[in-house]
Design a protein around this ligand. Structure first.
Ligand SMILES: [Zn+2]
Length: 409
């Protein structure tokens, strides 16, 4: 199968053609979910798929499925895809690459006249970004049964427009069955981090997605006048919180490799320059691919906060706000990706996804694997997001092999 190759130029040209829709001044893209520009992007994708001989269906949450029939169309499809929606100042590759790499696989199978045993499908998931409508990964989440359909249809943007109404308006509220069986799901995506580039590896074999634990921490001391209150008797909630934040960072560093620990949100009360802070609220985001390590980090956080509060005469409440367990991908799918990289002779490494992807929800209902390719400087969710056409081609070839392997077996 080594001689079957995708056409890197054709993939690149399609990416650049799609990038014209919602192009921004700084070279990025703005195609917010269920907007007029999203419709234009979807229409272009659908046109290309029909030209490639696919039949196209849309489900009630606007997910698009382009199907290339196989020998046995009673078998569930081998599926690939990602999303076409972007952040308001997004890039040309995040999501779009996975969709158009899937289309390139279909075009390549057509060129080579290959009939797969199982049908092959390319999917566009609705609102992966979670920018116009929150939360993120809605289309794949509804498909995988994580969110109820009606709840997601009713989500509103800041103008009070509902996602369900907007999908109907742009012509993408369909009738296809929600949550059909899928034989295997693959997603090619830019890494959105700096590791592959630094290691000079064009292909990342994604073994799974990190688990996440999010917390809300409230520290309570006593508000007092910044002048007459001597240092020794103060119960300064911000001084305590700052020590706790240092601990969060220490816990992240102490659980390498892989651990991430972040405080990105802080509210100080009353937030007045001559008042000793009486109350501080901050958010903690812990990530790790191993649940046992996340549990250890949880214990370390709770102990550190309790100790600091006791020493400083403060009260502290640490409450878990969200928990997303680590998601190991399917062994056979990961192996198919690894084999593909080997077959084409691409330098590669195993990698864990630090971000959420549609594949993480799909892993709940189907054997799933992912392929990462490097992006320049590890930067995404930014108009300057960039990727090397050669790396995109490499990821596409690996995707082709992995899908063929699963669609023939
Ligand atoms: Zn994405």
């Amino acid at each position: 199968m080594k001689n079957i190759q995708i056409k890197g130029d054709r993939l690149w040209d399609s990416l650049m053609e799609m990038a014209k829709i919602g192009a921004t001044e700084k070279g990025g893209n703005c195609r917010l979910a269920a907007s007029d520009l999203d419709k234009q992007g979807r229409d272009l994708f659908v046109r290309w798929c029909k030209e490639a001989g696919c039949t196209v269906t849309v489900d009630k949450i606007g997910n698009i499925f382009a199907r290339r029939p196989g020998k046995n169309n009673d078998l569930p499809p081998v599926m690939t895809g990602s999303h076409l929606d972007t952040q308001p100042t997004g890039g040309r590759f995040d999501g779009v690459y996975g969709v158009l790499a899937g289309l390139e696989v279909v075009r390549t199978l057509n060129d080579a006249g290959i009939e797969t045993e199982s049908p092959v499908e390319v999917v566009v998931w609705t609102n992966e970004e979670g920018s116009r409508f929150s939360p993120a990964m809605m289309g794949s989440g509804v498909f995988a049964g994580v969110f109820p359909l009606e709840e997601i249809q009713a989500k509103q943007d800041i103008d009070g427009l509902k996602l369900g109404d907007e999908l109907r308006r742009i012509g993408y509220e369909g009738t296809a069955t929600m949550g059909k069986p899928v034989k295997a799901y693959f997603e090619a995506h830019i890494e959105q981090g700096p590791i592959l580039e630094a290691e000079k590896k064009p292909v990342g074999i994604v073994t799974g997605a990190q688990g996440q634990r999010w917390y809300e921490v409230t520290v309570v001391g006593q508000e007092a006048h910044a002048g007459p209150t001597p240092m020794a008797v103060r119960r300064d909630a911000l001084v305590g919180a700052s020590r706790m934040i240092q601990e969060v960072n220490r816990i992240g560093l102490a659980n390498q490799p892989y651990a991430c620990a972040t405080v990105g949100f802080l509210q100080v009360s009353p937030n007045s320059r001559n008042v000793i802070p009486g109350r501080v609220f901050f958010a903690v985001d812990f990530r790790h691919p191993d649940d046992a390590v996340l549990t250890k980090m949880d214990k370390e956080l709770r102990e550190a906060c309790a100790k600091i509060a006791a020493e400083a005469g403060l009260e502290v409440e640490v409450s878990e706000f969200w928990y997303f367990p680590p998601t190991p991908f399917d062994e056979k799918c990961v192996a198919a990706v690894r084999e593909g990289a080997k077959l084409y002779g691409y330098d590669n490494m195993e990698i864990v996804s630090g971000a959420g992807h549609d594949a993480v929800y799909m892993a709940k209902v189907a054997p799933t694997g992912m392929i990462f390719v490097p992006c320049e400087g590890g930067i995404s969710h930014n108009e300057i997001e960039n990727a090397d056409p050669k790396d995109l081609e490499a990821g596409g070839n690996v995707l082709l092999h992995a899908m063929l392997e699963r669609a023939q077996g």
